[in-house]
Design a protein around this ligand. Structure first.
Ligand SMILES: Cc1cc2nc3c(=O)[nH]c(=O)nc-3n(C[C@H](O)[C@H](O)[C@H](O)COP(=O)(O)OP(=O)(O)OC[C@H]3O[C@@H](n4cnc5c(N)ncnc54)[C@H](O)[C@@H]3O)c2cc1C
Length: 475
């Protein structure tokens, strides 16, 4: 029997374990062991109930458009637990000079597609609006260098759009800095659109019309999906399907060694286990450290992927305390506002099932690539900072019923300029090392569905190689 080690029990490692378990159930002669340094599985996916409200410590949902999380939920038999975001309430605000301004109708990610709302919005100056109109005339252009998001967006729409949209949106998704993130890695669709159409607005309108025609009369799908009892439900459902004897909990892996086509996994607590293949599903910088003795160049490339940290603070209120809050999903705070909060989600509007009718939940994000120091504040300092900013921005002075602070140190990979070339080098090296696969949010997408796809692909590749090695005559 072939043995596979999976290092890291976040959703990437769990998705890998689930697919190895499926292969095993289908007759593959393999077993697996899942090494997780903490006491719990799920990594940054963690939900809990506080006073009847659902509190998400990390991700609260995933993009419906990316199919891999939905597919996993179906395979796990929990698709009846899926919920969609309440898109009828989808309105997001940007803080401009301390005031909330709604993002205009027709803005797709950061690209304007409707003339009248764009012309009327107070979100942009007249200079920017004229620039947006002229953008429709941009000729097609191949991207030669690996531009940053900031450079690409500024070329099309100007610096104000970088400040008020691109930077806050990317802070929300990556905890990242638009000045450093690679356009090709983070916004590949924009790069393709520019190559084909020139104008991003024209390309977005064409894509939108095509999607509407394809969808026909079907009702639009919600932008975000989640689970009734939170993202933890996915973690629990996967865990229940795995071989329980495979878990090596509270077991930090210290190093991996590749000798005579076998892998030795050394543990922090001492001792080691031997395997035929290994899936490293930790953050890339940990993967780099673990693979230092196996391949120096690979390790250097992995160690070169930087990470940002973040803090989420969930505040629970009685609904009557929130009556002055505007409708919508929440707001984003541009860096130029000089505040610590990056974003605030009105959870009870985005997913009404997550709070009883008389309660409301605000989830605030801090940190990101430019404010690592926020992690060193005490919980009380974080809560006081956020409450003071909420008071100034949305006039919310009430004392919350409860608060929960979560710190995520080095959790979000940053796809900086050069990312695509770096990943190509990493993948080339990995292919040359028998029995090694990588999975996680550092490579081809940061979101939960991307991580599930990565874990699935890693498991399928390993299952294929170990079964091919076991039955050479079948080839
Ligand atoms: C605050 C926050 C909000 C987010 N919001 C969303 C969202 O709304 N939607 C979305 O799609 N995505 C979101 N993301 C991104 C997404 O949640 C992550 O990219 C994804 O969960 C990462 O999963 P992973 O398994 O690759 O890594 P992780 O969850 O980081 O898991 C890695 C695991 O490896 C373990 N480990 C590390 N080193 C070792 C070692 N040496 N030995 C053994 N084990 C080790 C860790 O303990 C951890 O459990 C969010 C992320 C954060 C932090």
């Amino acid at each position: 029997m072939k043995r596979v080690a999976i290092i890291g029990g976040g959703i990437s490692g769990l998705a890998a374990a689930f697919h190895l378990e499926k292969a095993r159930a289908a007759g593959a002669d393999l077993s697996y062991a899942l090494f997780e340094s903490s006491k719990r599985l799920g990594g940054s996916m963690h939900s809990s109930r506080v006073e009847g409200c659902l509190v998400e410590a990390g991700p609260d949902s995933f993009l419906t458009e990316k199919p891999w999380a939905l597919t996993l939920c179906k395979e796990l038999g929990i698709d009846d637990q899926l919920i969609g975001s309440n898109d009828a309430q989808r309105k997001t605000y940007i803080v401009v000079k301390g005031r909330l301004i709604a993002m205009p109708d027709g803005l797709m990610f950061m690209v304007p597609t409707k003339l009248v709302p764009t012309a009327l919005t107070p979100l942009f100056s007249w200079g920017t609006k004229v620039r947006m109109a002229c953008e429709l005339l941009h000729p097609p252009r191949p991207m030669e260098d690996d531009e940053t998001v900031c450079e690409l967006v500024e070329r099309h729409f100007g610096a104000e759009v970088v400040d008020r949209l691109a930077d806050p949106l990317l802070s929300g998704v990556y905890g990242g800095d638009a000045n450093k993130l690679s356009a090709r890695a983070v916004l590949p669709r924009f790069v393709e659109m520019e190559e084909k159409y020139g104008s991003l607005s024209r390309a977005m309108i064409a894509a939108h019309n095509k999607m509407r025609a394809m969808a026909g009369k079907q009702p639009p799908r919600p932008l975000f999906s989640s689970l009734k009892d939170g993202m933890q439900q996915m973690v629990d459902a996967v865990t229940a399907r795995l071989d329980q004897s495979s878990f090596r909990m509270s077991t930090r892996v210290r190093g991996t060694y590749h000798e005579n086509d076998r892998w030795r996994i050394a543990m922090d607590m001492g001792g080691s286990e031997a395997f035929d293949a290994v899936i490293v599903a930790t953050p890339a910088n940990v993967a780099g450290a673990l693979l230092e003795g196996v391949d120096r160049d690979l390790a250097d490339d992995l160690l070169g992927i930087t990470y940002s940290s973040s803090v989420t603070l969930t505040l629970g209120y009685h609904m009557d305390q929130l009556k002055h809050l505007p409708p919508g999903f929440g707001f984003l705070v541009p860096r130029s506002e000089g505040r610590r909060m990056l974003a605030c989600t009105f959870v009870h509007n985005k997913f009404p099932h997550r709070a009883p009718a008389h309660k409301g939940i605000l989830r605030c994000f801090l940190g990101g690539a430019r404010d690592e120091a926020v992690l060193n504040l005490t919980d009380d300092e974080i809560i006081d900072t956020v409450r003071a900013e909420l008071k100034e921005i949305v006039k919310l002075d009430a004392r919350p019923m409860f608060d929960r602070v979560y710190r995520w140190r080095g959790a979000m990979a940053q796809y900086e300029s050069g990312h695509i070339a770096r990943i190509a080098r990493i993948e080339k090296r990995v292919k040359e090392i028998p029995g090694l696969e990588l999975a996680g949010n550092a490579y081809h997408g940061i979101g939960v569905p991307d991580c599930i796809r990565e874990g699935t692909n890693a498991a399928n590749a390993v299952a294929q190689t170990v079964s091919a090695a076991a039955t050479p005559q079948a080839r």
